[in-house]
Design a binder for this molecule. Sequence first.
Ligand SMILES: NC(=O)c1ccc[n+]([C@@H]2O[C@H](COP(=O)([O-])OP(=O)(O)OC[C@H]3O[C@@H](n4cnc5c(N)ncnc54)[C@H](O)[C@@H]3O)[C@@H](O)[C@H]2O)c1
Length: 378
Amino acid sequence: MKIAVIGCGYWGPNLIRNYVQSNKVEQVICCDLDKKRLDRMENLYPSVEVLSDYKALFDRSDVDGVAIATPVKTHHPLAKEFLLNGKHVFIEKPLTHSYETAAELVKLSEEKERVLMVGHTFEYTAAVNKVKTLVENGELGKILYISSTRVNLGLFQQDINVVWDLAPHDISTILYILGETPVSVNCQGRAHFHEGIEDVATTTLNFKSGVIAFIHNSWLDPNKIRKTTIVGSKKMLVYDDIESQEKIKIYDKGVDVPPYYDTYADFQFSYRYGDIHSPRIDDHEPLRKECDHFIACIQNGMRPLSDGYSGLRVVSILEAANKSLSVAGKAVPTNGLKLAAKRMRINGNGNGKAIGNGNGNGIGKANGNAFMMASTWR
Ligand SMILES: NC(=O)c1ccc[n+]([C@@H]2O[C@H](COP(=O)([O-])OP(=O)(O)OC[C@H]3O[C@@H](n4cnc5c(N)ncnc54)[C@H](O)[C@@H]3O)[C@@H](O)[C@H]2O)c1
């Protein structure tokens, strides 16, 4: 299989490294408008082929899939052209810069029966999958709230605000863990340096189940923090992605409220301070898993774990966040954005609907280890 990576700037080289190291990929083609970036890729990975005009890939029947790691506003036009030319497409997060364009790509990928996958990298981390299992098994009890912080100093973006840059990771992780989409979104932020491009923001996701999730993003923070706290009725969990050893800590802490009280003395919450436990995680590089998954989806005609609908959900929440920013943080309903995707885990071993595999098989059944998604198009 041959894979082309479009965009060799800051992030693209990470994808290139993983495809070069994959034994499923015989050739990696690096494409960038900037010749210096191509020279750098050739120096780093002498086996790669380099190309400055992505259109030269359209007639290359030997190239199966393309991975797009270019600035966000270029995702849609590039992906559209590749899908129209029969290529399987992986796009870095966020899928596109608007709901309309994301929806168009999802529809097109279905019509063309091509894989459309979005780089929601955290869905491929061992830690996030461990957290998801703990939540699904009821280890924490009923989930009350989630708080996610993703801040650092820089990298300021020119075309998107901090919410579109950093929150896709928080949003995709929270939706993945909860298996639920929010009914409304609030967002407040400030643009301190570039007018109209917020560099600090807090986004709140309100779920029908009663769960509330707070996401804090900033390019203006002295520390790099990647931390998610999940508070349940039984236990509390902290996932710190910066930690090298104990990424997840489960705190047997909580508050017990007496069922009734007669006197003020009875009216005491009892706080529980129990043990702290850090579960073992079989670590792997999430990007390797993500790249392997894209290849497997192309080879087996599977719908990716982070498929176009997953990208569409995140983009629609980002769009709602932007609308909320413009009305001083008022709640913006997500149903108004026609959340088209209905997520459903079909069964544990990943039997579900698959898209065509390029050999004329079209829509069919597939068995795989990934969770398959059932989605509806409206
Ligand atoms: N998954 C993650 O954790 C993660 C982390 C960082 C960035 N990203 C995503 O990766 C994407 C790229 O971000 P970046 O920080 O690497 O940007 P960047 O600006 O550093 O690099 C983009 C590169 O794309 C090239 N390019 C632009 N248009 C092109 C075209 N038409 N044809 C060929 N090359 C073109 C540019 O010359 C540049 O080298 C964004 O979508 C971003 O959100 C993902």
